[in-house]
Design a protein around this ligand. Sequence first.
Ligand code: GLA
Length: 355
Amino acid sequence: MGWNSWNKFACGINEKIVREMADALVATGMSKLGYEYIVLDDCWQSARKGDGTIIADSTMFPSGIKNLADYVHSKGLKFGIHTCGGRLSCNNRLGSHGYEVIDANTYAEWGVDFVKLDWCFSEGIDPVKAYTDMSTALAKSGRPIVFSMCEWGGSRPWTWAKNVGHLWRTTGDIQDCWDCKASFGGYGWTSILDMQVGLEKFAGPGHWNDPDMLEVGNGGMKYKEYVAHFSFWCLLAAPLMAGNDLRTMNDSIKMIFTNENAIQINQDKLGIQGSKIFDEGDFEVWSKKLSNNETAYILFNRNFEQKTYQIDWKKLGVTRNKQMFDIWKNTIVGNTKTTSEFTIPGHSVFFYKLK
Ligand code: GLA
C-alpha cells in the first residue's frame, strides 16, 4: 500500500511534490491504515557518470534522491523508485539494462525500499533473464527491497515470477475511466478487471498479481465508479497504490481510501485473491474468502441503469444463515435467510461480507 507519482503527475514530478505527498500520506491518516510506500515513478533519471552510476535530474530533484529517501523515511514511510528493464524508459530516460548491479547497489545506498522495473525499449530482451538479473542484484545489494515487476503481462509472469518478484503487473496501463482504451494500449479499470479472471490461483502472500495503480480521485470518473474500482482492488488483494493528488483530494475521495473495512479485506492474512463466481452479462458476483470464516462479496452492476437482482444464495454456495455486513455503510444490513433482493444503481457495487 502506498502512493505512486505516475497516474497523476507523469513526468511533471519533482522533489517538492514527492515530499508534500509523504506529508499528506501522514496528515490524511492514510499511513496509519497501512499506506506506506511513496514511489517515485519515471522521469527522475538524467544521465550516467563515467563509472555507470545513475544521476538524478538536478532541475527537478536538486537535493538528490538520497535526500528525498531520507525525508520519506523521517515520516515513518518507505521510499520506492522506478527504472526500466530496457535500454530506455517509456519516456526516454535511461533504463537499467546492463546496469542492474550498479543500479541495485546505488538504490540500496540511497535507502530505496521498493524498485519498479518497467519494460519499454526491451527490444528482444528475454523478460525472465532481465527480471531475474535485477531480482538477484537487489537481493545482493544488502538492503531488503520490494521488487515490483512492470512487464504488462506479455510473458505471463504469474507462471514464472513467483520467486523473482513480489508483485507483477498483469496488464497494460490503467486509465482514469470506466472502460476506455488508450491508443498506446492502456485500459479503463473494468477492462483490467476482466483480464484478472483466472489469475487468482497464481497470487498469494509475497507474490501478488498487480492490476496497476489506483485512479481513484483523478477526476475522470464519478464517485460511485471510484467506489466500485476501489472495492474491486480490495477484493482482488491487489496492491493499493493511490495515484492521485493526496494534498487536494476532497473528503469523499479520502473516505474511499480510508475505509477500514475495505482495507481489512484487501489485507486479510490468508492473502487470497478474490474471483468471479457468477456472470450474467451486466451482472456479476465476485467473492474472496477471508480468515475467521468470513467471505467478502461484490455484486456488480456494470449496466448504466439501476437494476434489481434476485440472489439465489445456494447457487453462491451459502447454505447456512449468515449476517450481511455492508462494507461502505459499515453496518449489518440483513441476513441470507431474509434478504435476497438487491437494487443496485448503475455502474455500482454492493460490497459486503457474510459472517
Ligand atoms: C509504463 C508503466 C507505467 C509507468 C510508465 C512510466 O507505461 O506501465 O506504470 O511506469 O511506464 O513511463
